[in-house]
Ligand binder design. Structure first.
Ligand code: NAD
Length: 358
């Protein structure tokens, strides 16, 4: 039976993950499928109960599972701990490292009923439906770094191995095959040797994917094009630092942080989580928007389990409730009626049942 490690974590993580599970269970019931969901401690709540942000049992459960569904971790209660013991450094980074999660996937899709939430002109963002794939474990952030005294200087070395480039670019082509079959590889090949290496490998791999249209774009142009005409993109694949910058830029195209899903992958195995944090300011008040976590769960069905229909159905149910006017506080205009976390989860599960049967 497919196995999912469920890590609600801290703050609103405890509220949004149950809503994602509610929706997941509805989708799986419709398909007559059963998953094993096993809940484990992580983050501040794990520190309180076990003394460690990433208890051994949790790590082992994540290693044994096909996928991990995470809420969020951290909060003011644990901020005064030494940096390495804090929830983020003590749990999230080691978990990503242990699971070898080398690909970060962040989809950005404009939902028409949320058009006015974007900071960009409606005409520019109305047709946005793209995915940014960022290499997560190589490049400048992981190369040798240091300082020289005479003369004073600092350096960070940008290294990519062939294997590191191959596996993320392959995933880029496979992702494009499941979408509009357009892949844009972003580099700086006019200046950087590592980018020319990246481009050569990408062109080689392209021969195995004749159904995917490949383009190359320099990163400075990509930043400009993402704001000028973001609807031209389907899948973007890029290295670590370019991706770091472009994913943040692209995330604003869709409007609200409460809508942003993400996946960090190693092959078919993935860690799925909303892009936001534990929101201590609204935790425990039934105010959090659960949609980013629900959409992360849909990504899990698509990328780890290849249940594309079920993932599509969840995304359609989310669009339906938004079209019907359901808004958590973060999405609402002033004086607009709002629903709570639980009510939003109930509405998505109900829309799923109504549209696609029980
Ligand atoms: P945050 O994302 O938790 O909150 C930023 C703002 O957005 C807050 O006003 C919050 O109320 C709002 N917000 C976030 N998610 C929301 C949702 N689903 N619905 C409605 N409103 C939402 O960022 P922060 O305040 O900088 O960090 C809070 C804690 O979360 C910190 O301890 C931080 O280290 C941690 N954090 C964890 C992760 C993670 O688990 N991956 C990521 C980022 C931050």
């Amino acid at each position: 039976m497919p196995k999912v490690a469920v890590l609600p974590g801290d703050g609103i993580g405890q509220e949004i993950v149950p809503e994602a599970l509610k929706v997941l269970n509805t989708a799986l019931k419709q398909s007559g499928m059963k998953f094993e969901f096993e809940e484990h401690l992580i983050g501040g709540s794990a520190i309180d109960l076990t003394g460690k942000a990433l208890p051994d049992r949790t790590l082992q459960a994540c290693l044994d599972a096909d996928a991990v569904l995470l809420g969020a971790i951290g909060g003011p209660k644990w901020d005064s701990l030494p940096a390495k013991e804090r929830p983020e450094l003590g749990a999230l980074l080691p978990l990503r490292k242990e699971l070898n999660l080398y690909a970060n996937i962040r989809p950005v899709k404009m939902i028409p009923s949320l058009l006015s939430a974007s900071t960009l002109k409606e005409d520019v963002v109305k047709d946005v439906d793209l995915v940014v794939l960022r290499e997560l474990t190589g490049g400048l952030y992981f190369g040798e770094k240091g300082r020289n005294d005479h003369p004073p200087a600092a350096y960070d070395v940008l290294v990519y191995t062939e294997n590191e480039v191959k596996r993320i670019v392959e995933l880029g082509f496979q992702t494009a095959q499941q979408r509009k079959k357009k892949l844009c590889s972003v580099d700086k090949a006019n200046v950087l040797e590592s980018s020319r290496f990246w481009r050569e490998i990408t062109n080689d791999i392209a021969r195995n994917y004749p159904d995917v249209e490949l383009t190359h774009m320099y990163v400075d142009n990509a930043a400009m094009q993402l704001v000028r005409n973001p609807a031209q993109f389907d899948v973007i694949v890029t290295e670590n630092m370019f991706g770091d910058i472009l994913t943040d830029l692209a995330s604003m195209l869709g409007g609200s942080i409460g809508m942003l899903a993400s996946a960090s992958m190693s092959g078919k195995k993935g860690l799925y989580e909303p892009a936001h944090g534990s929101a201590p300011d609204i935790a425990g008040q039934n105010k959090a928007n659960p949609l980013a976590t629900i959409l992360s769960a849909a990504m899990m069905l698509r990328y780890t389990f290849e249940l594309n229909q079920e993932a599509d159905n969840i995304e359609k149910a989310v669009i339906k409730v938004l079209d019907e006017g359901y808004r958590t506080a973060d999405l609402a205009k002033p004086n607009e009626k709002t629903v709570g976390t639980k009510e939003m989860g109930d509405a998505v599960a109900a829309a799923l049942s109504m549209e696609f049967g029980n």
